[in-house]
Design a protein. Sequence first.
Length: 171
Amino acid sequence: MKRKYRPGDVFNELTFVDYAENGKAKFMCSCGTESLKYIHNVVKPGRTTKTCGDRTKHPRTSVPAYSTVHSRVIALYGPAADYLCICLCNRAAEWSYEPGVGGNATELVCPDTGKRYNADLSMYYPRSVKCHKAVDKKRRILRKRLFGRPDSTTQHPVWSDPDEQRVRSTG
Ligand SMILES: [Zn+2]
Ligand SMILES: [Zn+2]
């Protein structure tokens, strides 16, 4: 087997210790517990194994990660390219997060990227790239005029995957 990971490599709360059998490895959790985990469940972005799994030491939070919400949006609605842009200008290419004019109390911020998102999947709409940018700009200007502060959604998620890109370039 190819030895891709080295002792000390950190994935969320887990630190790689050593390879084990059957695709597993020994990981040291930030709480001090060592356990065997399937490597692919730990190392791939968006995977669920982030701690040793002891819920008394790592209470389950109700806040889903950015990547988790991304997966949920695609799972629920499919790729944005399967839709028309909601203003009917073209084929959609991206899911755009639309919190409404006043923003939203449940808005989440990704600690790694600073991007804003929301666990409420009804707040995502398919848009073309051009339209997405135009709407962002319009909202930013209007919001500044009405509330005197910049749009909190300037950095909202733009989610597109390679499949969508391909559809976009050929369609
Ligand atoms: Zn732990
Ligand atoms: Zn449009």
